[in-house]
Design a protein around this ligand. Structure first.
Ligand code: FMN
Length: 203
């Protein structure tokens, strides 16, 4: 049976700060449970903003840039850990660029009753976890509607999250030993869930 692959996608421009540290702890937990892990910093990639060019005619994106690596990942990974800081009550622009550039992955399909629905062009079914870190605010869950709307487009189902702010914790999330432990154990659990599904598929 193939080893499960979990990738962290970090959308904070600040490496080793709060979002990155929490994503890394989750990945460490996944690795402890036997997953192969990797991490991508969106800020290191050049990703053009979506131009709504050919939109959803199935011909893909007109740009060839950092998103190619991400499109490949959408077809390869078993699990994604999506980490974003809260910027003005939403995801960071690095994360929004990736999300918008997934628009071409939603294929319009006409049902037998003539209704137009959208299906993901991505074949690989994946599970995901969201990490969001805010500062002085108290609503790190504000990013969830963005991920919930986007995730079906890339055949991703979000099953867990860590949503925190500095203000709620009274300290920087990366300094909270309790939170880091929670992130590690959520990672272990997440990888076990993926493994159980993988096993079922190979029976
Ligand atoms: C452009 C910008 C906008 C921000 N907007 C918010 C916000 O709306 N709510 C909030 O709680 N924190 C906000 N913050 C604070 C960050 O979410 C906080 O510093 C967080 O720790 C950043 O994640 P990082 O440490 O992983 O980089 C903002 C920070 C920046 C730079």
């Amino acid at each position: 049976m193939p080893q499960i692959q979990v990738t962290g996608i970090v959308a904070s421009p600040r490496k080793q700060m709060n979002t990155d540290t929490l994503v890394q702890k989750i990945l460490d937990g996944c690795q402890k449970s036997g997953a192969a892990v990797s991490k991508i910093y969106l800020n290191d990639l050049v990703i053009q903003p979506c131009r709504a060019c050919k939109s959803q005619d199935g011909s893909g994106c007109l740009y060839q840039d950092g998103m190619e690596q991400i499109y490949e990942l959408f077809e390869k990974a078993d699990g994604l850990i999506l980490g974003t800081p809260v910027y003005y009550n939403s995801v960071s622009s690095q994360m929004k660029l990736m999300i918008d550039r997934s628009y071409c992955l939603a294929k319009p399909v006409i049902t037998p009753s003539g209704k137009r629905i959208y299906e993901s062009a991505v074949k690989k079914m994946k599970k995901g976890m969201v990490v969001s870190v805010g500062g002085s605010g108290s609503n790190p869950e504000c990013v969830l509607p963005v991920f919930e709307l986007w995730s079906p487009e890339v055949n991703l189902s979000i099953v867990d999250s860590i949503l925190v702010t500095h203000a709620q914790l009274g300290k920087a999330p990366k300094e909270s030993a309790e939170l880091l432990l929670e992130a590690f154990s959520k990672g272990e659990k997440f990888a076990r869930l993926l493994q159980a599904e993988n096993q079922e598929r190979h029976i």
